[in-house]
Ligand binder design. Structure first.
Ligand SMILES: *[C@@H]1O[C@H](CO)[C@@H](O)[C@H](O)[C@H]1NC(C)=O
Ligand SMILES: *[C@@H]1O[C@H](CO)[C@@H](O)[C@H](O)[C@H]1NC(C)=O
Ligand SMILES: *[C@@H]1O[C@H](CO)[C@@H](O)[C@H](O)[C@H]1NC(C)=O
Length: 116
């Protein structure tokens, strides 16, 4: 009796772990919202010197990108691209970078304002 009950329980535990690992594999790849926001910004800018060339939509996070600084827990806290001859407008997705503390974009040719 006790033996059967234990086996029954074990079967469920094993099935549960299969289910958990299958779900983990099948779930869509997490999208980093700061990668999305920064790619939006890049789309709105003309970048004649390619300073934003290593901004990559497929990146797990934007922490190794030019001009981008992250906090220790991987949130974008600064965007610094002064005097890079960037032109264009500030993308609406700029407002999605909710962890920004410092933005240095002076001496470029960027217009528009930050929409929250
Ligand atoms: C920006 O463009 C101007 C004029 O095209 C050029 O003189 C200047 O060197 C450029 N600045 C940088 C940082 O590339
Ligand atoms: C600034 O950008 C606008 C287009 O966004 C362009 O027409 C203008 O010539 C640029 N000015 C300079 C100084 O590069
Ligand atoms: C801001 O982020 C949200 C959630 O990821 C997204 O649905 C929305 O389109 C973004 N807004 C802009 C202007 O990119």
């Amino acid at each position: 009796m006790g033996f059967n009950k234990d086996r029954f329980l074990l079967t469920w535990v094993v099935l549960f772990f299969f289910w958990v690992s299958a779900t983990a594999l099948l779930s869509p790849k997490g999208v980093n919202f700061e990668v999305q926001a920064l790619m939006g910004i890049k789309e709105f800018l003309d970048d004649p010197h390619g300073v934003l060339d290593n901004w990559d939509e497929a990146a797990v996070d934007p922490c190794s990108w030019n001009m981008v600084t992250c906090s220790l827990d991987g949130l974008v806290i600064s965007l610094g691209a002064p005097s890079q001859n960037l032109s264009g407008t500030l993308a609406p997705s700029f407002g999605n970078l909710t962890n920004l503390q410092l933005v240095l974009l002076q001496n470029n040719n960027i217009s528009g304002h930050i929409q929250k």
